[in-house]
Design a protein around this ligand. Structure first.
Ligand code: BYC
Length: 313
């Protein structure tokens, strides 16, 4: 069968909302795009454990510590589902890890910012997980079956994390003046980086158009960013905080909030590896990998022994 016919049948399946499964024929570019996006997503979950992990030993109560530990552990789980989904496309996990550890792979810009106070943990839950949910709920309908299915559980857990973060901030908002200042300061620092999570504006996004046609993405970067702003404005009122954007204003005609210019220079700088914590994050991942060598070796020996025992039996 001619290549173009296969491609047409593939697109027809996507148009008919039929999921593409690992053994189905797919264009090389579709496979490559998915490996790129899913691996970046997996790396983000894994690196995303670091800023929050920083507060596990300093959480203000046992209840907060247990909840934060559970959240960080969920993120490790998300990373593992996503690496598994990525492997169904024919790339092995060691290659993916190598790409992360060598600094070749991208992961979300947001995790290159520091967590300076306890309020940052609440702000990450509210804004970062909030942005992640906005972006990830439509991914449950992604055309590639294993990615779409992995996202269902990820989204359920992310939604729990977002509420947990909001509750941390709500508690601070009812606290002392110092706690309220700490809350405002965290929101001031996390707002713009969270807006950047959705990626460059549609006009400068090389991948969006094709990914929409393939139904990997269901909304563009700008569409999701706008939804995020619209939702956050009302939530900020409940928290009694100001979003640090003087241009934020309801636009009656558009039926949406207008917002100010995003500093794209800062975004690209962070993506290129020059953000406040890029170096620290990569060092931490490499150290964890090296320190864990004996665990991996022990696991392999254990598996081999079990296999040998089964053979004898
Ligand atoms: N950071 O053409 P574009 C989470 C790159 S949430 C770094 O629009 P695409 C978590 C992009 O990769 C975070 N790089 O790309 C939450 C591309 O470069 P390459 C992870 C970014 O793929 C809470 C170039 O810019 N979520 O894990 O169509 C706690 C041009 O962009 C960023 C996901 O990964 C960025 N923010 O759209 C713990 C969701 N934005 O690859 C963990 C899945 C863009 O061509 N991913 N770039 O060299 C997606 O939905 C899409 O990949 C994006 C970008 C919307 C992020």
């Amino acid at each position: 069968m001619a290549e173009h016919t296969l491609e047409e049948r593939f697109q027809a399946k996507i148009d008919a909302e039929i999921k593409i499964e690992p053994k189905d024929w797919m264009p090389d570019a579709y496979r490559k795009t998915l490996i790129r996006q899913i691996s970046q997503h997996a790396h983000s979950e894994i690196v995303g454990m670091l800023p929050e992990g920083n507060w596990v030993t300093r959480a203000p109560s046992l209840r907060r510590k247990v909840a934060l530990l559970a959240k960080v552990q969920d993120e490790a789980g998300h990373g593992l589902y996503l690496y598994s989904a990525c492997e169904t496309l024919g790339i092995d996990r060691d290659t993916l890890y190598e790409q992360l550890h060598s600094g070749k792979a991208k992961y979300s810009s947001i995790f290159n910012y520091p967590t300076l106070t306890w309020a940052d943990i609440g702000a990450i839950g509210w804004l970062v997980d909030g942005a992640a949910i906005m972006n990830q709920v439509p991914l449950c309908r992604c055309s590639y079956g294993p990615y779409a299915r992995a996202m269902v559980r990820v989204c359920k857990e992310e939604s729990f994390h977002q509420r947990q973060g909001f509750e941390i901030l709500l508690t601070l908002s009812k606290g002392t003046e110092g706690q309220q200042r700490m809350l405002q300061n965290a929101v001031d620092r996390w707002w713009w980086p969270s807006m950047m999570m959705f990626g460059p504006p549609d006009a400068d996004s090389p991948n969006t158009q094709q990914s929409m046609k393939w139904k990997i993405k269901r909304f563009t970067n700008d569409e999701l960013r706008q939804k995020f702003v619209d939702v956050c404005v009302d939530q900020a009122k409940v928290l009694n905080v100001t979003l640090p954007d003087p241009d934020l204003k309801w636009n009656e005609e558009r039926g949406h909030y207008d917002f100010g210019e995003i500093d794209w220079e800062e975004f690209w700088n962070v993506v290129k590896g020059n953000g406040p914590c890029n170096k620290e994050r990569l060092e931490a991942r490499n150290k964890a990998w090296d320190d864990g060598a004996w665990v991996r070796e022990a696991a392999v020996v254990h598996a081999e022994k079990r296999r040998a025992k089964k053979k004898i039996a």
